[in-house]
Design a protein around this ligand. Structure first.
Ligand SMILES: C[S@@+](CC[C@H](N)C(=O)[O-])C[C@H]1O[C@@H](n2cnc3c(N)ncnc32)[C@H](O)[C@@H]1O
Length: 241
């Protein structure tokens, strides 16, 4: 169940009222259009073709962006927590990354200092599309993004510090390895958000078992967006009891 009706079902007024993102109307419209394409592609997924060509191959030219209401939630969480160092596991064409960049920009405006969004993408063509999406978005979106191309199990090994938020929007088998690479760099109170935590619970069994084991230091909440969205707070290993 989604908290919000999908944009197509909303009146213009409701969308503007509910969207927390501070950005020019042109950029908000651009984001709406990217979500529309992504949703249309997902609605048209041909399961037979996926089986025939393989999941990764089939998804190579698809956005598979995080749903728009979830992007708004991630943006709002970044603002609420003052997140300035953010990691995104799974970037694709870079839609959710735009929200992360806008949120970090807003935090820098409010509180000063610096920040960056570390994005990760394995497919070279997707990485190239993400860069052009960010350039088209304008508003300095690209300036804060450090896109790490290649397998995140390699690209997240170095160059992380004081991470405030990790977005797990990645193929399920990669989620726990990504978390374990970033975890040593979490500040206490860092937030981890994982998509599809209800619909893909069986595929996230290793991640959820790890995060729900109290000794690993996470406070977990399943937020009832469509297909579930897990929001966890890192209290520190053996901490927070
Ligand atoms: C669900 S999509 C991300 C969507 C993106 N967060 C958005 O909202 O626009 C997951 C992405 O992870 C990428 N991916 C898969 N395995 C990866 C790996 N080992 N390292 C880095 N990226 C990977 C896929 O190519 C895919 O584009």
């Amino acid at each position: 169940m989604s908290f919000y009706p999908q944009p197509a079902q909303q009146s213009e007024k409701r969308i503007i009222h509910q969207c927390p993102v501070r950005a020019p109307a042109g950029l908000l419209g651009y984001l709406d259009s990217l979500h529309t394409i992504s949703t249309e592609q997902e609605d048209a997924i041909d399961r037979t073709e996926v089986e025939k060509v393989g999941f990764d191959n089939y998804m190579k030219d698809k956005y598979i962006a995080l749903d728009q209401d979830k992007c708004w939630f991630v943006y709002q969480t970044c603002l609420a927590t003052g997140a300035r160092n953010v990691v995104e596991a799974g970037t694709s064409f870079g839609v959710s990354t735009i929200y992360l960049s806008l949120a970090v920009q807003q935090t820098i405006k409010l509180r000063g200092g610096e920040g960056r969004v570390i994005a990760t993408e394995n497919e070279p063509e997707k990485a190239a599309r993400a860069r052009s999406t960010w350039a088209e978005a304008g508003e300095g979106v690209a300036d804060l993004i450090d896109l790490r191309e290649g397998d995140l199990r390699e690209t997240l090994k170095d160059g992380l510090a004081d991470i405030d938020l990790l977005l797990l929007d990645i193929w399920a088998p990669l989620a726990l390895p990504a978390l374990r690479l970033v975890e040593p760099h979490f500040r206490r109170g860092a937030v981890v958000i994982c998509d599809n935590s209800i619909s893909s619970a069986d595929r996230y069994a290793d991640l959820q078992a790890y995060m729900r084991d109290p000794k690993n230091g996470y406070a977990n909440l399943t937020v009832p967006f469509k297909n579930g969205l897990e929001m966890s707070v890192y209290l520190g290993r053996y901490g927070g009891t």
